[in-house]
Design a protein. Sequence first.
Length: 115
Amino acid sequence: MAGTGCGQCGRALAPTDQWCGLCFAPAPDARFAASLQTHRTDDPPRLERPAYRKSRWAGSSVTFGPIGRIVLTLVLVAITALLLWSGSLVGLAAWLVVAVPWALRDIWRTVRVRR
């Protein structure tokens, strides 16, 4: 089945072409309107549950389980107490402002767990 020509440059177009490959002019809507897929708007959207859930308490291959997370948090508290006892205020300030928030974020981050 032969198509019609482009309205701008005269190049022959296939019936399914949406634009001219030579001058990039759009093809008339009547030729490719039948090839467009239509969908019903009254269909409800399909919402699928993800195959995983997020948890702070489950262990994964990159994080510790609940016992490991609690132990590491207690280690951070012990190091803070040691720095406080030693009197190193600069070290304590750097520890509390930089290291502790960073470590707690990584220790207690959520992980994906399969349902």
